[in-house]
Write a protein that binds this ligand. Structure first.
Ligand code: G6P
Length: 607
């Protein structure tokens, strides 16, 4: 989703702005731009598509100004085009913005009546005109910023550059994150610390409602009542090197291959392999008092929640409901007294998840936030934070963050079961061993790419692909379908194997590949029967199972993909990998943009 950067410094700002923007590419965008203060005026450079287009444009003019703002835009109001790309500006003010100004129509109408001429279809442009209107009324840049912010409704982050205030950038956070980076004689702003990692590791996060005035060596933060406030300065562990692609062709492949190590990190964080105990932060409620759990998330994180539902209900005997955040928030569900709600989010910034969290908080729920970004908004609003320790995930399609979520959730299920005295020592040991076996099993599976490539070649010409699974393999099937459609643009749906006969089986013919997720668990036989039904209707089956599981289908399936043998409990962790690899290779064979698929964003900060 849109990314913001800003630099007020001692060196030409352009190369640094472009570098920071490149580091924000992972969020997903369709145009980019910068504004530089140069010889007393605001110069703008904007380009549709990738940042290299912007770079080519900028190189022609080679601006030398040391103060500037930049933006990657993910279109909301108005098509991706140069006209709609940020920064938006008047002669006096330039603005970059992430989020949505809900009342932009009224503001635009009001400003047009006063003679302001708009050149884009965006909601953002009203910010530049509104600030200009205040300047025209004789206000200072600071007061113009303050008054402009007072007029804006919605959730956003923004940065403003004033022609006649060349030593200052103003910025604000309301609903979307914004970080200030502190350098030596220079200051930076960015949508996230990742963008600023090569420039500084000293970061100050604005809090909800804050706005700030940033100079070369100092900055002042104001809260929503315009009182000057102090916010902590944190040392981030992020470095420029951490998000390099190394020798990998894509971030996604790098992140897929990091999963064995990530699994080790998560196990290390939440368990003690010697005592086989789990280590979770104290919950504000006694475990016995947890009557039910609501899990709320979006996208891939939602599928992690669906998988956990099986685990937590089975082992900890806590009733679990799982909701898509965007629907949960509109249903306004009654929530129980002493209820607990778990919000799962890689970024910790997804707008719908945040809004659902706020609703649950207002209803007095205890909030657990499971995030991959510890400084994120969800982390800050949660009573208990469970970090997923996957490290920065850059590929738009979530991979290692998903399996990290699964690993934390698997540990949590057993932890809750233990605390509620619902699991015998032997069973706990057995399940714990199963968790410990995951990194090695993942390693083994990822050694050989060719089986996945074979599957991908098989899918290349398909128009529709069906994924099916039962139990915890159902959510993995849905995740597989999501991965395939987001990366390769092939239509795919995941179904519960038992539901096939209630409708989806009508779709089966010799042109429809059916990918079956069938680990050897207690449901294997039932899934195998459903596969027979598909084969009887000429369905082209890709059967994914272990050696014993694939055996009956060696001659009947179009392809069998052999998985390492694994405990049924941890199967979702391992079976998530072929879902990722098949989607990855299908996309590379089709030549689509693997790390930044069209129309998608990494962190969806609009509703
Ligand atoms: C976007 C991403 C998905 C992600 C979803 C939820 O759609 O492209 O990969 O699963 O948002 O994001 P979150 O950061 O809340 O997990």
């Amino acid at each position: 989703m849109c990314g913001i950067v800003g630099i007020i410094g001692k060196n030409p700002a352009t190369p640094l702005l472009l570098e920071c923007l490149k580091r924000l590419e992972y969020r997903g965008y369709d145009s980019a731009g910068i504004a530089i203060l140069e010889q007393g005026q605001i110069d703008r450079y904007r380009a549709e598509g990738k940042i290299v287009h912007l770079q080519t444009l900028v190189e022609k003019s080679n601006p030398q100004g040391t103060v500037g703002i930049g933006h990657t835009r993910w279109a909301t109001h108005g098509v991706p085009s140069v006209r709609n790309a940020h920064p938006h500006a008047t002669d006096l003010v330039a603005v970059v913005h992430n989020g949505i100004i809900e009342n932009f129509r009224e503001l635009r109408e009001m400003l047009e009546k006063k003679g302001h001429i708009f050149t884009s279809e965006t909601d953002t442009e009203v910010i530049a005109h509104l600030a200009t209107e205040y300047l025209n009324q004789g206000e200072s840049a600071k007061t113009a910023t303050q008054k402009t912010l007072q007029q804006l409704h919605g959730a956003f982050a923004l940065a403003l550059l004033f022609k006649d205030k060349p030593d200052t950038i103003f910025c604000a956070r309301r609903g979307s994150p914004l970080a200030i980076g502190l350098g030596e004689g220079e200051m930076f702003i960015g949508s996230d610390a990742l963008a600023l990692a090569p420039l500084t590791q000293k970061i100050c996060y604005l809090e909800e409602g804050d706005w700030a005035e940033i100079g070369k060596t100092t900055f002042t933060v104001y809260d929503e009542t315009n009182q000057s406030v102090t916010r902590p300065i944190k040392q981030t562990a992020l470095t420029g090197a951490m998000i390099g692609k190394g020798d990998y062709k894509h971030f996604m492949l790098k992140e897929i291959l990091e999963q064995p190590a990530v699994m080790g990190d998560v196990l290390h964080a939440y368990s003690n392999p010697h005592t086989m105990d789990f280590a979770f932060p104290e919950f504000p409620l006694p475990f016995e008092a947890i009557a039910s759990l609501r899990i709320i998330a979006c996208g891939t994180s939602y599928y992690a929640g669906l998988t956990a539902q099986y685990w937590i209900e089975k082992y900890a005997r806590i009733p679990v409901t799982v909701d898509i955040a965007s629907e949960f928030r509109y249903r306004k569900p009654p929530l129980p007294k002493n209820g607990v709600a778990l919000f799962i989010s890689q970024s910790g910034e997804t707008a719908d998840t945040l809004a659902a969290l706020q609703y649950a908080k207002d209803q007095g729920q205890t909030i657990i936030g499971m995030v991959n970004v510890p400084e994120s908004s969800i982390a800050r609003l949660s009573d208990v934070v469970l970090e997923t320790h996957a490290g920065p995930e850059i590929g738009v399609a979530s991979t290692k963050a998903f399996t990290a979520q699964l690993m934390v959730l698997a540990c949590l299920s057993l932890h809750l079961a233990g605390k509620r005295s619902l699991i015998k020592e032997d069973e706990k040991k057995d399940l714990f061993q199963a968790l410990l076996a995951i990194p090695e099993a993942m390693n083994q599976l990822l050694l050989e790419e060719s089986p996945f490539i074979q599957c991908s070649n098989f899918l290349l010409d398909a128009r529709d692909v069906i994924y099916m699974g039962r139990g915890t393999s159902f959510s993995i099937a849905m995740e597989g379908a999501l991965k395939l459609k987001e990366l390769s643009y092939i239509h795919a749906e995941g179904y519960a194997a038992g539901e096939m006969k209630h409708g989806p089986i009508a779709l089966i013919d010799e042109k429809v590949p059916v990918i079956v997720v069938a680990p050897s668990d207690s449901l294997y036989e039932k899934t195998a029967s459903n596969v027979e039904e598909v084969i009887a209707r000429k369905g082209q089956v890709v059967f994914i199972g272990d050696k014993d599981g694939i055996h009956p289908f060696k001659d009947k399936a179009a392809i069998t993909l052999e998985m390492p043998k694994i405990h049924a409990f941890t199967a979702p962790l391992l079976y998530a990998l072929p879902m990722q690899m098949i989607a990855y290779h299908t996309a590379t064979l089709k030549g689509t943009d693997v790390d930044q698929p069209r129309n998608l964003a990494k962190s969806v900060t609009v509703e």
